[in-house]
Design a protein around this ligand. Structure first.
Ligand code: FE
Length: 341
């Protein structure tokens, strides 16, 4: 009963102005777990080009998933956006999405970065790399995620909490590659080599290297772009002190995740939703994500920015991201068993 009341209260709290305009002809309602200025700029550009107004609700991804579940058939949401393939897979499993038309999308987005049943597509690509202090670490000492268990990294590894979606999907990829038992051994050894118990976000891990707490960190590359281009001089200085290493170049490649977009199961404005998602994949939008947010384009026809080129080309893991879903619940359990908080 309490749980029911709580959920009802949460729904009321979350419910904003969307209902009034949900079935308008020239509107698309977006629930987004991404909180970037570049997204809002692109939505504005979409409105200029099409006349379709974008109503944006930004919140934590898990909150938005709860909200979609609670709203059910009455949801005003047309498009769901999240910065993690794992959360997309959960939405498919919960019946919150509907298949979209992939005829144009499949021409520009590689198959491993979109759902094979057409429920979602990636629209930016992220690489989870090793960032290291250029003075204290020789990149020749680095190799793979698996190699982080080596005794030489004792007390030197920085990484955020296992509550974080990026780490959960990384763990799912390690289970997919090695099985659950080896994945648990890996997690235990990484915990054993940590410089401190996990805290903060990806950017905080890089700052902790600069503060001398550890020497290497597991981080998404675009955070380095954000630091290098920060209005804060100290953040810029810290970022310049760091190197970026793409792990697993000798085998399956560096772990890749996506920011993805999907059409919700009960979208009142399906056609507009499809148009918005295709707009995010056009070359101009793809270039904007790279320029302003330092993410990799998923559209293979789009040229990389100078900064992305500077970080270097690399082999990315090509495991289809929709195949990682079945390992996600075990990933959480293994982290727990390994004491990775
Ligand atoms: Fe992020």
């Amino acid at each position: 009963m309490f749980k029911y009341l709580f959920r009802f209260a949460a729904l009321l709290l979350l419910t904003t102005t969307l209902y009034s305009c949900s079935s308008d002809q020239d509107v698309v309602n977006v629930y987004s777990g991404r909180h970037y200025q570049v997204d809002e700029n692109l939505f504005r550009e979409f409105t200029l080009q099409t006349g379709i107004r974008v109503n944006l609700v930004k919140a934590d991804t898990d909150q938005l998933i709860n909200r979609l579940e609670l709203e059910g058939r009455n949801t005003p949401a047309d498009v769901f956006i999240t910065a993690d393939a794992g959360r997309m897979i959960q939405c498919v499993e919960k019946g919150l999405l509907r298949p979209m038309d992939m005829s144009a999308i499949s021409k520009v987005v590689p198959a491993n970065l979109r759902d094979s049943d057409n429920y979602w597509t990636g629209f930016t690509k992220r690489a989870r790399v090793l960032v290291y202090d250029k003075e204290r670490v020789n990149p020749e000492e680095l190799n793979s995620y698996e190699d982080l268990v080596s005794h030489q990294w004792k007390g030197r590894i920085l990484v955020r909490s296992s509550q974080n979606h990026y780490n959960q999907t990384l763990m799912a990829s390690i289970i997919a590659e090695h099985g659950e038992e080896k994945a648990l051994n890996w997690a235990e050894s990484v915990v054993n080599n940590m410089a401190q118990s996990p805290r903060g976000n990806d950017r905080d891990q890089v700052k902790a290297i600069a503060a001398g707490i550890g020497d290497i960190a597991i981080v998404n590359t675009y955070y380095m772009g954000l630091l290098l281009n920060s209005p804060n001089q100290e953040e810029q200085r810290i970022a310049r002190q760091m190197g970026i290493y793409f792990p697993n170049q000798q085998d399956r490649g560096t772990h890749i995740n996506i920011s993805g977009a999907a059409i919700t199961a009960y979208a009142p404005n399906k056609e507009n939703a499809q148009k918005l998602i295709e707009f995010l994949l056009n070359p101009e939008s793809q270039r904007e994500f790279a320029e302003k947010n330092y993410e990799y384009p998923v559209n293979t026809l789009v040229e990389w920015t100078d900064l992305l080129k500077e970080w270097g080309t690399f082999r990315g893991d090509t495991i289809p991201l929709d195949k990682l879903g079945k390992h996600l619940s075990r990933a959480t359990i293994i982290f727990h068993e390994a004491g990775w908080n």
